[in-house]
Design a protein around this ligand. Sequence first.
Ligand code: ATP
Ligand code: MG
Length: 315
Amino acid sequence: MKKIVVIGEILVEIMADTPGHGFREAQALTGPFPSGAPAIFAAQAARIGQPVAIVSAVGDDDFGRLNLDRLARDGVDVSGVHVDPHRPTGSAFVRYRGDGGRDFVFNIRHSACGHLHDTPAVRSVLASADHLHVMGSSLASPEFVARNMAAAEAVRDHGGTISFDPNLRKEILAAPGMAEAMSRIVSMTDLYLPSGDELTLLTEAQTDVTAIGELLDRGVRAIVHKRGADGAGYHDAHHDLSIPAFEVTEVDPTGAGDCFGATFTALWLRGVPPKSALQTAAASGAHAVTRRGPMEGTADLATLEDFIRAQEADR
Ligand code: ATP
Ligand code: MG
């Protein structure tokens, strides 16, 4: 089986128990939960049996150990995770607002995972990659862009493939050189996984249909368009598929896109036909939102197949 490598942040997430605005008064919190978009992606890929490694760093603290223990238990290769004795593990405090928006207090840039390491262990993990998954949330500085680009070039030189989830925040795109860098990564991408209006953000085209045409012309082989509770689509030179979302009660939306992306990418690497991969990925995203905590809704293949059967029986 092909091995996936992902480079990026490992964090803990600590969640406010009540909806409201931010953290300006004392309140009840739940956590720490293991988190970080690339870490959630890696955990979900491992849970469905795909060989996968993450390149990152954590502090020599309980937040780091919590993450390393979880990732290792799920089967993620953590040999490329540097334990930094000088910086704490990254963190995100999050509180949901009544309207579904979120307020965050982040400690990422000055945390362990905000710094790159080029240790022999990291080099050996990168050399073992058949596939690189690039997470837009991890492209937070020119250094991280450069590292992902170099890794993508090396993987492609060895005949490997690239997937890219832009996970765009407009502030990131506004940073000098970032839109160009993102666009260069799109040009190296085999499997593109935008969500909502991210589909047109890195194209000249203004509409979904023309953006899909433009991306395929630029060499992207397959596009998976995530649309939250509205479902998902799949587009390549031969297919235009669209499926509805499974009906579930959303408890916590964080992590849905990462779980969906990991499941789709792993099945795509195995050559599973797009319709079936899309269905299983949608089950993975739907399952993720039913659990509180960003990484708590990951699931193995048997669980996802049972979930699909139960949903179909209900229809
Ligand atoms: P993230 O916030 O993690 O970045 P995203 O925007 O990348 O998420 P979404 O479109 O929110 O990704 O979710 C990915 C997929 O998961 C959707 O296409 C859908 O199939 C499934 N999904 C997400 N939210 C729900 C929901 N509330 N109910 C059912 N399925 C959902
Ligand atoms: Mg996303």
